[in-house]
Design a protein around this ligand. Sequence first.
Ligand code: PMP
Length: 345
Amino acid sequence: MVDQVIDLVGDTPLVRLTSMVEAAADLLAGARGEHRGAPRRGAEILGKLEYINPGGSVKDRIALAMVDAAERDGRLRPGGTIVEPTSGNTGVGLAMVAAIRGYRCVFTMPDKISEEKRAVLRAYGAEVVVCPTAVDPDDPRSYYSVAREITRKTPGAWSPDQYSNPDNPAAHRATTGPEIWRDTAGRVTHFVAGIGTGGTISGVGQYLKEVSGGRVQVIGADPEGSVYSGGSGRPYLVEGVGEDIWPATFDKTVVDRVEAVSDRDSFLMTRLLARRAGLLVGGSCGLAVVAALRLAGELDPDDLVVVLLPDSGRGYLSKIFNDEWMYDYGFLEPPSDEPVVAEVL
Ligand code: PMP
């Protein structure tokens, strides 16, 4: 039993994903007939299930850590207001912590964000300010600028700014990394994670490198087009990962290699995880698992890969898990009705 639901943040389980190797063989071989990285039997793969967190994602960890630190040094005081430009998992984590600690929460977000996502934040009692998507980040109407303006004008306002806040990677260094080391009894040899703010991969990577004397390899999984894998910031559809800028929270010195993964492969793997492993997880999980499986194909049986799975698939039912949406983007072939037509003729 716990006193408060935030006492349940962290200590997430590892689940064996090695059975996905066979299930994903065709997908990994690639639609273009490539056989790069098609996995051999061998290296074990474990997924760290972050949707088990009470707010439903890995971001509960940093929300709690950033609020705790701000309270400690007086940046956030009783009755204060938390202001952040976010539509996603960080907002949910902050709203959950704010509900328990009695803070007001204001989130700004672009109007392309689904009503469903706004509704989750409002359900926790947060206020949501919707801003135009089609403006420059520097434009006073952008959701970044509006958040800055609300912070400036509101007495007792504090903006965590997950892209520059050192408590973001520090949370993973203090919790996620040690959990992986403990739960694998120091057997982990490779860590794979997507890179958004870079907080997860930097904090976990720093810890695992230190505790293993540099033995653990750290692999970033990145959407094709994002800057982390050498892209120009070209648009992609996987949410929560990849950037068009390099955030201060990303320590690129701990990353040994970055693997670029297409939207198509990320989403097909995400659907496969639900259907074969019973894991209803988000698109960035599919992305990271593709990278982990490719890697496992190059490794030996005594290697142990841990891949971080950031959130649940519930937030993507109208996209990745919607066949029509997948057809529209060409990620799935619509079923052909030709045989029926032939029969009628
Ligand atoms: N996946 C999802 C769904 C996310 O919301 C995030 C956070 N932006 C990430 C992956 C990446 O985590 P990080 O910001 O710690 O790099």
